[in-house]
Ligand binder design. Structure first.
Ligand code: F6P
Length: 320
C-alpha cells in the first residue's frame, strides 16, 4: 500500500486528533503517503483532501475536536454519492481508508469496502454505545468533563442544601451517566436501560436526606428523560425540596483528551494502518480486555450492548 486516507465522521470526540496523528505517522513509518479528507463523507464526495505528512499532525495530540472537521452526510447514503466518493479516492490513487466515527460512519465504511476500497473503522464517539469494544474514543474524557461539572455543582448544591438534576449525553446508551455518576457519587443514576419514575427518584433523594445528606446530585441520561421536566415533576411531588437542573450539552464533547483517550487514539490509529498494510478490509478496531483487536464490521455492529448492572448496583450501594 502506497497511499492511504483518513476521515472523521459524525459527532466529534476527544482523541480523534490523536488517532489522525497516529494514522499519519503510522503510515509514514511504512513509507506510505497519507491524506486527510476534510468534513467526513461530505468532503469525500466534494473531493476535499489534504496531504498529512508527519509534521502536519504536530501539536494536535492534546486538542479536542477534529482537525479534519466532521459532518453528518445524507448524500453518502445514496448510491450516486458513494460512487462520487469512490471515484475521488481512486483519482488520487488512494488504496486504503481509515474512518473514525460511530455506528453510522461504520455502515459507510462497510459499503466502501464492498465497492473495493479497503476500509478500516475506528470507534470515535463519547457515547460508548458500540458493544464490540469495551471503550470508544472520547468516552473517558467526556466522563471526566461530567465529573468536573458534578464537583462544581455539588459545591453550590451543598451550600444551599439543594438537589441537582444533571442531564448528560449518550443517546440511548446510559454509559456516560453510569460511569460518571458512579465516580461522582450520584444519589441516583437514571438511564434508559433501567427506567425509573419520578416517584422512585424522589424516594432515593429522600433516603439520602433522611440519612443526613445535605445535598444530592441525580445524573440523568438524555435517553431516559429531560432535566427540566424531571425537576418540575420532583418539585411537584415534594415542594419542600429546592431542585435545580443542569444540562451539560456539548461541553461534554470538547476539551483536551485524557491520557486514556490519547493512548486509545494513538494505538487505534497505528493498529488500523498496520492491518490495512496487511491487506485487511471491512474491519473495525476496538479494545477488549485491554488488548487492541479488530473484527468484521457487520459482526461488530451485531454485538448487543449489555448494560453493566453490576456497576449500577454498586453505585446504588454507594448512594446509601
Ligand atoms: O453521538 C454523540 C452525541 O454527542 C450524543 O451524545 C448526542 O445525543 C448527539 O451526539 C448530539 O448531536 P449533535 O451534536 O448533532 O447535536
Amino acid at each position: 500500500l502506497k497511499k492511504i486516507a483518513v476521515l472523521t465522521s459524525g459527532g466529534d470526540s476527544p482523541g480523534m486528533n490523536a488517532a489522525i496523528r497516529a494514522v499519519a505517522r503510522g503510515g509514514y513509518n511504512y513509507g506510505m503517503s497519507v491524506y486527510g479528507i476534510e468534513r467526513g463523507y461530505q468532503g469525500l464526495i466534494e473531493d476535499q483532501m489534504i496531504g498529512l505528512d508527519q509534521r502536519s499532525v504536530s501539536n494536535v495530540l492534546q486538542r479536542g475536536g477534529t482537525m479534519l472537521r466532521t459532518a453528518r452526510c445524507e448524500e453518502f447514503k445514496t448510491v450516486e454519492g458513494r460512487k462520487k466518493a469512490l471515484a475521488n479516492l481512486k483519482s488520487h490513487g488512494i488504496e486504503g481508508l481509515v474512518v473514525i466515527g460511530g455506528d453510522g460512519s461504520f455502515m459507510g465504511a462497510k459499503l466502501l469496502s464492498e465497492m473495493g476500497m479497503p476500509t478500516i473503522g475506528i470507534p470515535g464517539t463519547i457515547d460508548n454505545d458500540l458493544a464490540y469494544t469495551d471503550f470508544t474514543l472520547g468516552f473517558d474524557t467526556a466522563c471526566n468533563t461530567i465529573l468536573d461539572a458534578i464537583n462544581k455543582v455539588r459545591d453550590t448544591m451543598d451550600s444551599h442544601e439543594r438537589v441537582n438534576i444533571m442531564e448528560v449525553m449518550g443517546r440511548n446508551c446510559g454509559d456516560l451517566a453510569l460511569h460518571a455518576g458512579l465516580a461522582g457519587g450520584a444519589q441516583a443514576i437514571v438511564v434508559p436501560e433501567v427506567p425509573m419514575t419520578a416517584k422512585e427518584i424522589l424516594a432515593k433523594i429522600k433516603e439520602g436526606k433522611d440519612s443526613g445528606k445535605r445535598s444530592s446530585i441525580v445524573v440523568l441520561s438524555e435517553g431516559a428523560g429531560n432535566a427540566e421536566t424531571l425537576t418540575k415533576e420532583i418539585t411537584k411531588l415534594d415542594s419542600s425540596l429546592s431542585v435545580r437542573s443542569t444540562v451539560l450539552g456539548h461541553i461534554q464533547r470538547g476539551g483536551a483528551p485524557s491520557m486514556v483517550d490519547r493512548r486509545l487514539g494513538t494505538t487505534f490509529g497505528e493498529y488500523a494502518v498496520r492491518i490495512l498494510k496487511d491487506g485487511k478490509s471491512n474491519r473495525i478496531v476496538g479494545i477488549k480486555d485491554n488488548k487492541i483487536m479488530d473484527m468484521d464490521i457487520i459482526e461488530g455492529l451485531k454485538v448487543k450492548k449489555v448494560f453493566d448492572k453490576e456497576l449500577y448496583d454498586i453505585a446504588t450501594i454507594m448512594a446509601k
